[in-house]
Design a protein around this ligand. Sequence first.
Ligand code: GDP
Ligand code: IMO
Ligand code: MG
Length: 429
Amino acid sequence: MPAIVIVGAQWGDEGKGKATDALGARVDYVVKFNGGNNAGHTVVVGGEKYALHLLPSGILTPGCTPVIGNGVVIDLSVLFSEIDDLAARGVDCSRLRVSANAHLITPYNRTVDKVTERFLGKRRIGTTGRGIGPTYADKMNRIGIRVQDLFDESILRQKVEGALEQKNQLLVKVYNRRAIGVDEVVDELLSYADRVRPMVCDSGRLLTDALSRGETVLFEAGQATMLDVDHGTYPFVTSSNATAAGACTGSGVPPRAIDRVIAVVKAYTTRVGEGPFPTELHDEQGDWLRERGGEFGVTTGRPRRCGWYDVPIARFAARVNGVTDFVLTKLDVLTGLERIPVCVAYEVDGVRCEDMPMTQTEFHHAKPVFEYFDGWSEDISGARSVEDLPKAARQYVTALEEMSGSRISAVGVGPDREATVLRHDLLDG
Ligand code: GDP
Ligand code: IMO
Ligand code: MG
């Protein structure tokens, strides 16, 4: 079963890091293919907690090779501080490979991210402020800086000069900020060149060669389906393709190589930043979910907005990604509720709608139609097989499975790597 993609089904923070890490021992490569250090994945191994941003979650598995694909945007200072922090805790990062074609987040991209958000005011996206959007914009505008540019100083300088000619006009004349000097940017970037050089690879070649040898490659998405720049709740999205197809463009493997697509979906829903969210709770039930689920951002510390499970979103994720298996996470967080609301459809301007509406306006108007399921009060965090779950919890999982468009193969009952109930083998069937 050589190539598997893991994506988020909702608005991020579903527990992709834990799912990737849990499969780590069965795969040879773990590849990050989109996004950058806007991602935050918490992985708990034997009680030890790791917060990963730029590094693929496979980094924690000895013997597995982590790869940063061409579709990722890299802040080199973050990359090396993450590597140093992990090395100080005894994690070996020496196998890490980085695509020569990946784009670099420069100091001016970070500045532009922050000032545009401030300038947008009420219309802001609520970005993570890490320079993600402006770096992808430069890539599409063909004025981006890539990893390989670090090894040709004169090209690097020309490219930075070209980009800053535009950016400084914007920063000084529109945003009233100081101009950024070419030398400071070039010097900062070059200071990482020697350290990154031994890691650099052609990710497409590396991974297609591995696949043709029968090795197993796991592609780990950052962000999620509803944050995908094409398929998500645009403009309240990130700037990359976080859906399964992004694994191909973001790494250089062909679409026919992909065998399985696993979507990670929370037993309820959360969102960070601005944008529509039909099942959002604005009352004490939302606060209860946030506290119980520890729903505070790994990257920015922001409280996450919380709401109930949304079936139209799960079905949409199943369709867009071609999901073969769902991993349902954080079921334990719902313990103690008498009844659990699930959004089974929307009402849009008085009309019942089973699926994601076509337009942004309709989605903004979507009101959830709820069905209610029995809750349970037993502690389920020690459950390791379906039989260990109380009947009502089993029924909740089965009901979600019937409505969401693909089988639920694993259920998370706690943050630790081991805290999972397996229903089907994720890499088979
Ligand atoms: P990611 O960005 O998709 O990797 O998810 P995050 O790491 O940002 O957020 C998920 C959070 O839930 C992390 O703190 C995980 O440790 C935690 N987590 C993952 N699965 C479970 C689960 O099944 N139960 C509980 N209680 N926590 C979980
Ligand atoms: P993981 O991988 C949740 C959100 C931001 C903002 C929007 C755009 O941990 O699931 P950006 O900085 O990417 O331009 O911000 O996307 N966002 C995330 N929300 N989880 C993430 O990553 C996110 N990455 C970006 O909050 O609304
Ligand atoms: Mg996260």
